[in-house]
Design a protein around this ligand. Sequence first.
Ligand code: ARG
Length: 462
Amino acid sequence: MAQLWGGRFTKETDEAVYQFNASIGFDQKMYRQDIEGSIAHSKMLGKQGIISQEDVDAIIAGLESILADIESGKLEISSRYEDIHSFVEANLIDRIGDAGKRLHTGRSRNDQVALDMKLYTRNVIDHTDVLLKDLLMVLLDIIRNNTDTYMPGFTHLQKAQPTTLAHYMSAYFEMFVRDRQRLADIRKRMNLCPLGSGAMAGTTYPLDRAYTAELLGFDGPTRNSMDSVSDRDYVIELLSAFSTVMMHLSRFSEELILWNSNEYRFVEMDDAYSTGSSIMPQKKNPDIAELVRGKTGRVYGALISILTTMKGLPLAYNKDMQEDKEMAFDAFETVGDCLYLFTGMLSTISFRKDVMAKSAMNGFTNATDAADYLVNKGVPFRDAHGIIGRMVLLCIDKNCAIEDLSIDEFKELCPAFEEDIYDAISLETCVNKRLTLGAPGREAMDKVIAMYEAYLKDSKSL
Ligand code: ARG
């Protein structure tokens, strides 16, 4: 074991204590951020005349060589060190000697780890935003090509009213747009730099915190050193936003699993995104969608874990906070993998337009429109509702659709019916008469599609 402290200790740390205390097993993921932060810190120390320019040059060269060696596989991150910060610093001292011992001037591991975690999280946000945008592109493509792909819409999982595949996919488009907005909002709020907060009360060195903040792409330095070293709100916010992303992906997955079932047959998943059964030769299972749905639990778990870890902590840093990483990193990876795979799956799925349209015609999805027809002929809505209800009963009895009834049968139910009823309740009419913004009618959808195109092309807000 190799530690950065030990001066005031008279005994070696117990091995089990050392293992329990160490975080290198998981915080090694932040090696790049740790080095990036140290380079900025050393530049600032040099600029402020706290250490010599010669030392700064040696430190930067040393850190860059460590980074290069880790990335090339030449340098393995060793579990003999307590955490990634100790590993990098000890390695630097090995490489450049005394100059390396000056790097930690005016810094504590508390503001160092706060910085590393922020840089790491910010990266994850940026990466996830790209993945969300890729998913939106695939969705927009489906939307554009399916404004006249008719299908049933459901409430209570019962056929409700006819809609289009474009309209259905646009609902998911909206959810993922909100997810991106949440990420942007979190990024903006978190983008203040904690470096220079020291252990908890700042330092006595004349640090230029605005300078390091700028070097690291922050909007400025944080305003309270105690809060800076003990704030993990941004991790909580991100895990909350990620839980919502997963909830959306999970609902979407559930939908596709149903649609892919033998009963619905609305979609056919591509072979590349399906798996078989070891015993039943006929099987083609939607495992990717099921796994995305299943992995949602892990992400929720990470959110609850960190909320619970933080809830009883007095100011400022407490070692409990080391527990912010493992599950968060797992959740970050899970969301990235799920978005990537889901997008691939969605872009290769084929929609059975004929089955969807047929399903929209069966199941009385045009019953509301038949009632509206009567209202337009002067029948009060409540009466119309009753008449169509009786009509549906008759159709169930005859095992037919509303449009299969003869004009005499219509007239028998209500004399206000005329020949134009057939046109009024056709699938095309039912959908394309719905023209309020947000409805599935062709013209309404075209307006929305134009908004989506502008949003994805010019990053215009929606
Ligand atoms: N590994 C620690 C963490 O992740 C680094 C901070 C250590 N600070 C301390 N005072 N022990 O939180």
